[in-house]
Design a protein. Structure first.
Length: 443
């Protein structure tokens, strides 16, 4: 009888939480926590939302992930001098941030960070797994753990009402290390049972992006843009009101300012448009972040942590604003392969099936493809597509020619003016056009 009453009481509390509190998810990337001033800026942003319940998802600080990747490489080769140098550099980087945030150097956070670095050093003496991706995930994931512990400690020091949660206990994935696939049902269960009840006592829960865990408890990472994706996961599983990704840009721009002057901020776009732009190479938001939000209609804001009061960009259901401004995506260093059967036969379904099977086995990713009666053409990133490798893979049945150092430009909601702008002074090698998108391979 007592167990039934206890269960009912907890269910009632959770029910009340769902009714009376709205949830927002904030994600802060490495640039937004790159030093002590950046951490203090995060705190100043959170103060603006003192009436909200917030899940705060953090990336590793600054370029910590790159350093941790170098540490894993040194572990693999058992280069103790390089390993020690890198670990000391990374530790000193974080200690400098701590020294600037905390007056008292003997606070608990120093001990916590020291223990993490002891774990890294201890792992050097252990056998390196044959599964490099497994070793990668156990070490590189610690960047997010360190970042979240430092920010959490600072927020507590500043008297915020906050708690800390471990994504390595909340986000369940399969065992595909470095690119863990989410087990959604179990993840939703864990977040609802372990994280959300904390909001009965706290206003802010600090956690980590990019990382998760397997059923056996091993740490995994979620691949490219994993921290943004984490924000989407927490929002989906908690039925959040919104997600905000804080960046060093004013919002989503219609073009990369490195390649185009007079860029325009996109005030509003649809989930569909954001996925299209990301698919073609826009770097602000990854499609896997957007999809769970689209499934529940949870709006996504992209805002500037430099100017946090500016409106930024909102990504939501409405498509009414998608076609107002042409958007440009540029990919440099592209390579065009032209593939022809050596017997001069037509390119038929059996040829295409054979080509795709061989491309998949080689790991080459296709950015554009086009076929004619006698040839099949693909565009890939030069860094991922070695011509000699492809010729070796296909040479038995196909003749392969290639043209490198090309540029791929995609224009959404194009007009003739934008086409003339991007192709001025260049040769158009290949063109694909639909009602809303044109793709140009330029030399």
């Amino acid at each position: 009888m007592l167990r039934i009453i206890n269960f009912s009481f907890r269910s009632y509390r959770y029910f009340c939480f769902q009714i009376y509190f709205t949830m927002k998810v904030f994600k802060f990337g490495g640039a937004s926590v790159k030093d002590s001033m950046a951490v203090k800026n995060v705190a100043s942003i959170l103060k603006r939302y003192s009436s909200d319940k917030l899940i705060v998802v953090l990336s590793a600080m600054g370029k910590s992930t790159n350093k941790l990747e170098e540490i894993v490489a040194a572990m693999k080769t058992k280069n103790i001098e390089q390993f020690t140098l890198l670990v000391n550099e990374l530790k000193d980087f974080h200690l400098d941030i701590l020294d600037s945030l905390f007056i008292e150097p003997h606070s608990d956070i120093y001990n916590e960070i020291e223990n993490i670095f002891k774990t890294i050093r201890k792992r050097f003496d252990e056998p390196f797994s044959n599964n490099y991706s497994f070793e990668y995930d156990q070490i590189v994931s610690l960047g997010e753990v360190i970042s979240s512990k430092i920010v959490y400690a600072y927020l507590c020091n500043q008297k915020f009402s906050c708690g800390w949660s471990d994504s390595r206990e909340l986000i369940r994935t399969n065992e595909k290390y470095q690119e863990g696939k989410i087990e959604w049902q179990k993840t939703e269960e864990l977040i609802k049972n372990k994280l959300l009840p904390k909001f009965n006592n706290e206003d802010i829960i600090v956690t980590q992006g990019f990382i998760g865990h397997t059923n056996e408890g091993h740490t995994t990472t979620l691949g490219r843009e994993g921290s943004d994706f984490t924000a989407g996961i927490y929002a989906f599983c908690s039925n959040a009101e919104s997600v905000t990704i804080w960046k060093d840009v004013p919002g989503m721009l219609n073009a990369d300012p490195k390649y185009f002057s007079n860029t325009i901020k996109l005030d509003q776009i649809s989930f569909k448009e954001a996925i299209e732009l990301s698919y073609y190479g826009a770097s602000v938001i990854h499609p896997k972040t957007i999809k769970p939000l689209q499934n529940k209609g949870i709006p996504l804001f992209v805002k500037s942590f430099i100017h946090p009061d500016d409106p930024g960009t909102i990504i939501h259901d409405s498509t009414n604003y998608d076609a107002l401004v042409p958007s440009f995506i540029v990919k440099k260093k592209q390579i065009l392969f032209s593939i022809r059967p050596i017997d001069f036969s037509f390119i038929a379904e059996d040829h295409l099936s054979d080509i795709f099977t061989r491309l998949a086995s080689s790991g080459i990713k296709i950015n554009v493809m086009q076929n004619s009666a006698l040839s099949f053409s693909i565009i890939s990133d030069e860094k991922d597509a070695c011509p000699e490798n492809l010729i070796s893979i296909l040479g038995e049945n196909f003749k392969v020619r290639y043209n490198n150092n090309l540029e791929l430009v995609t224009i959404r909601h194009y007009d003739q003016e934008t086409i003339d702008l991007v192709s001025k002074g260049k040769i158009v090698i290949l063109e694909q056009r639909t009602r809303k998108t044109i793709r140009l391979v330029l030399k």
